[in-house]
Design a protein around this ligand. Structure first.
Ligand code: CP
Length: 315
């Protein structure tokens, strides 16, 4: 593997999931097999899981890891080609990416959507610039439109718990007080369809994902109808793609609660975290025996470790 920006960098998803399940069973099997390699984790935005699970993943492999918060200690970076840099951005990504790449063997980056300009966010300016200028492999730790390490961890979680080959998986929009990017929903939709699960996406009108991400998923505007017979419920808020970055609905009726979970086939509950309790999901659901949210977060070590190992060994 040469880079991990999106699902397009995965040759064989079934094999990748099997590798992930092996890592989950035996996390220290590869420790010491990679010598004298180092990883830099670059954060332009906050994180709990991605930051800590990526560090654990590198440590499980015996690889040196450095975390750099670009906004707290680094120069403000310019990403626009041809920019006249007479403002407050002191360094261009063209130099920064080459310098960082000269210090490390793999660079992983988190850069969220700004939700101001759809074209700019969907052009993936930050990740594209690193992919172009960084001389070593680049890994996506959540970009403007994608969160592939999360989606890979989600698939490992579903594979561990599914009772039938192609479970009914429902991605449900849920309310949130702040406008959030579409990245997690986009990647979840792409990865679950590639895994050939039976995917339904449910949301209020106006929250349709970009067509290249919703793909052939069944879209159902009636949340209760969508939940009927579901094996997995994956809750997530996202802001509007069509009315870009806007909150169009704060309808509290879309919160996932026990009454809705009772419509399912005893479904497992999933969320990538962090989650707003009693806004996105009720305490009763997230604290229930069917909630997989902690295992899902733990599997973030597995997804990062599997990808770092493949890239550093060029497998
Ligand atoms: N799920 C996830 O990416 O969590 P963090 O934002 O805390 O890294």
């Amino acid at each position: 593997m040469k880079q991990f920006f999106s699902i397009d960098d995965v040759d064989d998803l079934k094999s990748l999931i099997q590798e992930g399940l092996e890592v989950k069973k035996n996390p220290f099997k590869e420790k010491g097999s990679i010598r004298n390699k180092s990883i830099c984790l670059l954060f332009l935005n906050p994180s709990l899981r991605t930051r800590l699970s990526s560090q654990r993943a590198a440590q499980n492999l015996g690889v040196d890891v450095t975390v750099f918060d670009v906004g707290a200690g680094g120069w403000q970076l310019e990403f626009a080609d041809g920019a006249v840099m007479n403002g407050n951005k002191a360094e261009h990504v063209k130099e920064a990416a080459q310098v960082i790449g000269s210090y490390f063997d793999l660079v992983a980056i988190r850069a969220f959507a700004k939700l101001e300009d759809r074209e700019s966010d969907y052009s993936e300016q930050v990740l594209s610039q690193f992919l172009k200028h960084c001389p070593v492999p680049v890994v996506n730790l959540e970009s403007s439109t994608r969160h592939p390490l999360q989606a890979f961890a989600d698939l490992i979680t579903i594979e561990t718990h599914k009772k039938i080959e192609k479970p009914k998986v429902v991605l449900t929009w849920a309310p949130h007080p702040r406008a959030l990017p579409q990245a997690v929903a986009n990647s979840f939709s792409l990865w679950t369809q590639k895994a050939e699960y039976d995917l339904t996406i449910t949301h209020p009108e106006g929250y349709e994902l970009a067509p290249e991400f919703s793909g052939n998923a069944h879209i159902e505007y009636d949340q209760e109808k969508a939940f009927e017979g579901a094996d997995f419920i994956y809750a997530k808020n996202w802001s509007s793609y069509s009315d870009y970055g806007k909150i169009l609905s704060e309808d509290k009726n879309w919160m996932v609660d026990e009454a809705k979970m009772n419509l399912t086939n005893d479904a497992k509950f999933m969320h990538c975290l962090p989650v707003r309790r009693n806004v996105v999901v009720s305490d009763a659901v997230i604290d229930s025996a069917n909630s997989l949210v902690i295992e899902e977060a733990t599997n973030r070590i597995v997804s990062a470790q599997t990808i770092f190992n493949k890239i550093l060994k060029n497998e």
